[in-house]
Design a protein around this ligand. Structure first.
Ligand SMILES: NC(=O)C1=CN([C@@H]2O[C@H](COP(=O)(O)OP(=O)(O)OC[C@H]3O[C@@H](n4cnc5c(N)ncnc54)[C@H](OP(=O)(O)O)[C@@H]3O)[C@@H](O)[C@H]2O)C=CC1
Ligand SMILES: O=C(O)[C@@H]1CCC=N1
Length: 275
């Protein structure tokens, strides 16, 4: 399978690196294009991929084309390459842009036929094989036809089929939430520094504890009748102990309310981008 990337920034790079690291494709099977040439060249140098001379060359030369450009340009990019997509399955990872708009852009730029498009929402952890990706299929793509897309994102993490009507909450849960989690890690570590730890050590302790908590929760979710997040919290909170004191302080300082506000703001912005 030849995979093409238009856009080699944070996410194009993360998915390409993750796919090669997972052994899904050899770097030599990747075609890269970015309007900022040094981005494509640096990624190609790292992965042994080829740099294409233009977006149309990537589109025409790839079995699977990942559009990893910002939401404000994706429709123009798709329209530009639409006449080269006869043999190509397209994946958009743009926040906010619905399949209907992507299909309309491909129809306008091509021969009048809608391209085969899948909408995906991965996250930055794709580069280390730990993304959570939601997928929704366009009108011309069946689940079996979307298998190469599923294979790409399964190579870089977990995958869920998500109704497009739920993409905005999905962005909050999985696309944007690595930033929320990192903000939490950084806040935790800053407080650790205040208590005498070095920042490097505090971040390592916090990150490993967060990884452990995440793996614990996933292992419970993967079981029939496994424990919930609240059950696991209760298991950490010893009666009269340290954790329950910390939990009550978190509650008093509005941790849940702040988290809910972050999710609501993310959803609102995603819907605003959808127009
Ligand atoms: N960052 C994240 O964690 C996530 C992002 N996304 C989505 O991924 C997409 C890409 O985001 P991200 O990787 O963060 O963005 P970046 O800005 O890091 O990367 C986008 C790249 O595309 C280049 N570019 C801009 N216009 C064109 C064009 N016409 N043709 C080819 N390349 C172009 C940009 O160049 P230049 O800088 O010169 O404009 C840049 O190098 C967005 O749509 C976003 O919604 C989805 C999930 C997570
Ligand atoms: O901030 C953004 O809009 C993108 C989408 C999800 C993560 N980053």
């Amino acid at each position: 399978m030849r995979i093409g990337f238009i856009g080699c920034g944070a996410m194009g790079g993360a998915i390409a690196r993750g796919a090669v690291a997972a052994g899904l494709v050899d770097g030599g099977q990747m075609l890269l294009y970015d309007s900022y040439l040094p981005s494509a060249e640096a990624l190609a140098g790292e992965l042994g991929a080829q740099v294409a001379s233009g977006a149309a060359d990537v589109a025409g030369g790839a079995d699977l084309l990942v559009l990893a450009v910002k939401p404000n340009v994706i429709e123009a990019v798709l329209a530009d390459v639409a006449s080269h997509l006869d043999q190509t399955l397209v994946v958009s990872i743009a926040a906010g842009i619905p399949l209907a708009r992507l299909e309309a852009a491909s129809r306008a730029g091509g021969s009048g036929e809608v391209a085969r498009v899948v909408r995906a929402m991965p996250n930055l952890a794709a580069s280390v094989g730990q993304a959570m990706t939601g997928l929704a299929l366009g009108t011309r793509v069946s689940e079996p036809e979307a298998e190469p897309v599923r294979a790409l994102f399964e190579a870089v993490g977990r995958v869920a089929m998500v109704p497009e009507s739920l993409f905005s909450p999905f962005v909050a849960m999985a696309g944007s939430s690595p930033a929320f989690a990192l903000e939490y890690a950084d806040s935790l570590a800053r407080a650790g520094v205040a208590a005498g730890l070095t920042k490097r050590a505090a971040l390592e302790y916090a990150a490993q504890a967060m990884r452990g908590a995440a793996e614990l929760l996933l292992s419970e979710l993967d079981k029939q009748g496994g424990r919930s997040a609240a059950d696991l919290i209760d298991a950490v909170c010893s009666p009269g102990g340290t954790t329950v004191a910390g939990m009550m302080a978190l509650d008093g300082a509005g941790f849940r309310a702040a988290t809910e506000a972050a999710v609501a703001a993310t959803i609102a912005r995603d819907r605003e981008l959808a127009g």
